[in-house]
Design a protein around this ligand. Structure first.
Ligand SMILES: *Cc1c(COP(=O)(O)O)cnc(C)c1O
Length: 384
């Protein structure tokens, strides 16, 4: 059996090596390292793929979130509601901009922000909601967009984990993750579904004025050289990363299919296990139906409900099967983000998930032998 990896980037590279090597060699020859033609071409290609008017590349996903919030003109003291169960970047930028983070609980089945908890958290100072499309599928955008419209709030999608996923609205209309809110942020960190070979990120929006504002912000607040109209930052995607992303973008749907195929095999193997809960998709198909396009499985995350999660992690590590716990500590309990405003009873779901979740190896190169070895090992241990 081939060695199992959590993410297999070198295996994936083999399929796109020629194109990537040629474009990188060309960048070396032309020295167009920053703002070169590759960056512009990637931006256009991603706009077409997503069906969004503006893609603004930047240096990483955390910057993308920060710049999106700066672009919207959020001010110190404005309240921004986001999920307690996510990577810290989301709440970090809210705090950095001296906005007030308001953490709320998540849904136990999808791991995404609980819209009822969002509604309860809205106050006259609330200005924005940041749904994180966690592990590869969208939050309940029908309800969130309605709620935001009713209360005149911005919706900033944290799409670092769900690029390529489709969301089907109640009326049957489909849209890509990251194109539904006022603005969205994504990350091209190497292990993300569309990953560069270094750092990268982008902001998406359909709003022309906001896009113009953001194009200035990423470039020191300049719209005309050496005229600094707003306070900006320096945040760019470099040409080499853009070249890598251009090679991968045409394969993103195929990559998504391969991840779903692996998820389907996992979920079939774990069906009928009393203490193992497989991930649920919003349309209830558990990623098993062949037409599923709502989940791109950035992570394939189980819940181990008989208290053996930590022991399982240790066992898998000893057996050489990689796994991850995303995320082991709720944000409201992190030293940097604790606050008297929160009570433990506000977060029953997150507090349970941090003890139950385990993410399995998930990438485009998993084979049947590896999947069977992983699922047999887990089933044997959990029931042992
Ligand atoms: C990865 C990630 C980010 C940050 O992206 P970077 O490119 O690492 O800065 C933000 N939010 C979520 C949910 C992520 O998974």
């Amino acid at each position: 059996m081939r060695k199992i990896q959590m993410v297999d980037l070198s295996g994936q590279y083999k399929g796109i090596k020629q194109q990537i090597d040629a474009s990188i060699a060309n960048i070396m020859e032309t020295s167009a390292f920053i703002n070169g033609p590759e960056v512009h071409a990637f931006q256009k290609e991603l706009e077409t793929y997503l069906g969004v008017k503006h893609v603004i590349p930047c240096a990483n996903g955390t910057d993308a979130l920060q710049i999106a919030m700066m672009g919207l003109g959020l001010r110190p003291g404005d309240e921004v509601i986001t999920a307690d169960f996510t990577f810290a970047a989301t709440v970090e930028v809210i705090a950095l901009l001296q906005l007030t983070p308001v953490l709320v609980d998540v849904d136990p089945d999808t791991f995404n922000i609980n819209v009822k908890a969002v509604e309860r958290a809205i106050t006259p100072r609330t200005r924005a909601i940041v749904p994180v499309h966690l592990f590869g599928q969208c939050a309940d955008m029908d309800t969130l967009l309605d709620l935001a419209a009713k209360h005149d709030l911005y919706v900033i999608e944290d799409n670092a984990q769900a690029i390529g996923a489709n969301y089907t609205f109640d009326d049957g209309k489909k849209q890509k993750a990251g194109t539904m809110g006022h603005v969205a942020a994504t990350s091209f960190f190497p292990s993300k579904n569309l990953g560069a070979y270094g750092d990268g990120g982008a902001i998406f929006t359909n709003d022309d004025d906001l896009a113009h504002m953001i194009r200035g912000i990423v470039n020191h607040g300049m719209y005309e050289r050496y005229h600094h109209d707003v306070v900006g930052v320096n945040s760019r995607l470099d040409s080499i990363q853009a070249a890598v992303l251009r090679a991968k973008l045409p394969k993103l749907d195929e990559y998504g299919n391969r991840r779903r195929e692996a998820a389907r095999k996992y979920s079939r193997a774990f069906a009928n296990q009393a203490h193992i809960v497989v991930p649920k998709t919003v349309n209830g198909c558990e990623g098993i139906c062949a037409s599923c396009d709502c989940h791109v499985f950035h992570q394939y995350t189980l819940k181990i409900t008989n208290g053996k999660r930590d022991a399982l992690v240790k066992y898998l590590n000893e057996k050489g099967i990689p796994c991850g716990v995303y995320y082991p500590i709720p944000l409201h309990q992190q030293k940097a983000y604790t606050d008297d405003r929160y009570a433990e009873s506000d977060f029953p779901v997150t507090n349970r998930l941090v003890r139950e979740v385990i993410s399995l190896p998930m990438h485009t190169e998993l084979d049947d032998e590896q999947i069977a070895h992983i699922t047999d090992s887990i089933i044997g241990f959990v029931n042992g």
